[in-house]
Design a binder for this molecule. Structure first.
Ligand code: ME8
Length: 665
């Protein structure tokens, strides 16, 4: 299929910082864009930021900033986050750019000329957090807490309306003719059921705030932020435009191109109902497909900007690299379903699938066999045995299946298919036992085995490229190959076996995925603020803000929960203890706090404990005290204890083997 391919992400509100949910949508779109380019398709990938609306105006006001200055400050971190994630977007649109504002006004004028816009007045419940009116029914079903969270307020305003009601039937007809317009299918059914109820006209202008694009001809009104935002998908191509007016629009908009909007399920209605209705009215083809993916939680906890709990992608990229994070995001959750982002699962998949799976396969072959037995050169293949044929068949199957699943926008399934090949290739190495072949001097057979694995690795370097572009380059470099260079019209997906040229010098390098051992794992998790139970550590932003929203202001003589969390209490495992010379009181402890190395802590407990009796105890340590010097020795924390005259001193200890470093709260 060589039709042009245009893939987009939602444009993100800039009233907050980028988080892993935004990363999820944008990485998914990037995987599809990279895949399409590899298949030789003319491809365009758009992302960007949504910068108008009351929510943004309010936030800027809260901070005492001019809205333009505020959005200018808040948009670049999104762009940077996506660049750090190696997302290969061709364009990054901001709705405050003149190229966009002009096109929104143009679209308005087209809708108006069609007779689909009229002036009326609107009264209803407005949820500022969603930038949308909600129905009376939705309002009644909402808890007070939810109302407060979504900032629901009564609003009456003069408003322009779009004749959405007129598009009930045309939309239903359009859905009928385009049975895969919305994916997953279950969500499409929800959309259809909603439209079948009959649509009401949609309020598309506001007078209660100023931060938006003025309505052409009546600048007392600004254009509704969703009409403004949705238009980004065409304004970035120079549309609306008559044929021949904008090359990009002609090339990359429907029906000339396959247009896929990747969105979260939260904003499906805007994309599957309002957007095609606007386009039908304007005489512009609707997009080919709206793909609504599921919702991510973090370590089992809800993540949303509304509750203030979010994980920025930056520290994860720093800890694992962009490719590993991309892999995990696409691998862990079935695209379209809700899922959980769990740091421990990321580590498990890293070690299991990347380090032991693909990394090990490369290591075994390039570093070891090829270097030792063939002077580092790709050997010449010989006669094929049935087990070789079986691996070749597995490679062919993986290439076909992974492509089929990417065509169907099921990246997780695509990775399943690729990792079946990784497993098959590792099994093949076990079965063919190349080390034994080398020992027995069966060089010809060894050459065939090594070639079969190297060629499988070459195939894998293409199959992983949409997901892990940098690792693909690194893997190819070790095979003596240059990076893939996609070209329009040339399909680079592997299909022909045996393109790796014998005699090519391989280049064993650093392991592709160095194993992360238990100690490093602990250190990584500590750095990311993840408790040993796998859940975000207490004191992570999520819990703090939850606490804030439910607690009364502190009474006198009490402290707010946040202040308690300022003190980092952690489980410490005493690894060693010795009396400090020339001191009656002090014991020098070496304590494991789940960090890369143990800490030295001095405790005045000598009269109460023999040092050796302390070793192996799990105690409670104040972990974030500034280090202190006592008798020339540094103490990096404090062990909690209680004492009275009757019993003397007792060190607080745990009666279960809770892992060192776990927060105590
Ligand atoms: O809605 N799990 O912007 P937004 C998965 N500006 N994806 C998530 C997520 C999570 N927990 N949280 C956010 C807007 N997302 C509008 C869009 S488009 C014309 C205008 C992703 O900043 C998901 O794609 O609230 C969701 O749809 C989007 O971020 C919402 O981003």
């Amino acid at each position: 299929m060589n039709k042009s391919f245009y893939v987009t992400t939602p444009i993100y509100y800039v009233n907050d910082r980028p988080h892993i949910g935004h990363a999820y949508s944008t990485v998914a779109a990037d995987v599809l864009a990279r895949y399409a380019r590899l298949r030789g398709r003319p491809t365009r990938f758009l992302t960007g930021t949504d910068e108008h609306g009351q929510k943004i105006e309010d936030r800027a006001k809260e901070l005492g900033k001019d809205p333009q200055a505020f959005v200018d400050e808040m948009s670049p971190p999104f762009r940077q986050a996506f660049e750090e994630l190696d997302c290969s977007f061709d364009d990054y649109i901001r709705t405050t750019e003149p190229r966009h504002e002009r096109k929104v006004a143009d679209l308005w004028k087209i809708l108006e000329a069609r007779g689909d816009i009229y002036l009326g007045s609107y009264e209803g419940w407005y949820a500022v957090a969603d930038e949308a009116y909600i129905t009376e029914l939705e309002y009644r079903d909402m808890s007070d807490e939810e109302k407060a969270k979504r900032k629901v307020e009564r609003k009456q305003e003069e408003s322009y309306f779009f004749r959405l009601s007129k598009y009930t039937q045309p939309l239903l007809d359009f859905y009928e003719k385009n049975p895969t317009f919305v994916q997953p299918e279950g969500r499409f059914n929800e959309v259809k059921a909603f439209v079948r109820e009959g649509l009401q006209d949609l309020s598309i202008s506001r007078t209660s705030f100023r931060w938006g694009i003025p309505v052409p001809g009546n600048d007392a009104h600004v254009i509704y932020v969703w009409l403004d935002a949705l238009t980004n998908y065409i304004s970035a191509l120079g549309g609306p435009a008559a044929p021949g007016e904008s090359e990009l629009f002609d090339r990359f908009w429907a029906p000339n191109a396959e247009v896929v909007h990747i969105v979260g399920k939260d904003i499906l209605r805007f994309h599957a109902v309002y957007w095609p209705a606007f386009l039908l009215s304007a005489g512009i083809a609707p997009p080919t497909q709206i793909w609504a993916h599921g919702w991510l939680t973090i370590n089992g906890e809800k993540m949303s900007k509304r509750s203030g709990n979010f994980i920025p992608p930056g520290p994860l990229v720093e800890a694992f690299g962009a490719d590993v994070l991309r892999y995990y995001l696409m691998r862990e959750v079935g695209f379209g379903q809700d899922g959980d982002f769990a740091h421990r699962n990321l580590l498990a998949r890293y070690n299991g699938e990347l380090a032991n799976g693909l990394g090990n396969l490369l290591n075994r072959m390039v570093r070891s066999i090829v270097r030792r037995s063939f002077g580092g050169l790709v050997p010449t293949p010989a006669n094929r045995e049935p087990e070789d044929e079986a691996l070749i068949a597995a490679a062919q199957k993986a290439a076909q299946e992974s492509a089929r699943h990417l065509d169907a926008i099921a990246p997780h399934r695509s990775l399943d298919a690729v990792w079946e090949l990784v497993a098959a290739a590792n099994r093949y190495v076990d079965q063919t036992a190349p080390w034994a072949l080398a020992k027995e001097g069966k060089t010809e057979r060894l050459g065939q085995v090594a070639y079969t694995v190297l060629e499988s690795l070459r195939w894998l370097s293409v199959l992983i490229a949409p997901f892990m572009p940098a690792k693909s380059v690194a893997l190819r470099a070790q095979l003596g190959l240059g990076p893939l260079e996609p070209e329009e019209g040339r399909d680079a997906w592997p299909a022909a076996w045996g393109e790796l040229t014998p005699g090519t010098p391989t280049a064993p390098g650093e392991p592709l995925f160095p194993r992360i051992d238990a100690k490093q794992e602990k250190a990584l998790l500590a750095r990311l603020g993840v408790g040993t139970a796998g859940a975000a550590a207490p004191g992570a932003p999520a819990k703090k803000s939850k606490q804030k929203s439910t607690n009364e202001p502190p009474k006198e003589g009490t402290i707010p929960f946040d202040r308690f969390l300022d003190v980092e209490l952690k489980v410490g495992l005493i690894l060693a203890a010795e009396a400090v010379p020339k001191s009656d009181k002090l014991v020098k402890l070496s304590v494991d706090l789940g960090e890369p190395g143990p800490r030295q802590i001095l405790a005045g407990i000598r009269p109460h404990y023999a040092p050796e009796a302390l070793v192996g105890q799990r105690v409670v340590v104040v972990a974030n005290l500034a280090p202190r010097k006592i008798m020339g020795l540094t103490s990096e924390g404090m062990v909690l204890a209680a004492s009275d005259t009757e019993h003397g001193l007792s060190v607080l200890s745990l009666d279960k083997a809770i892992a060192p470093g776990t927060r105590v709260s």
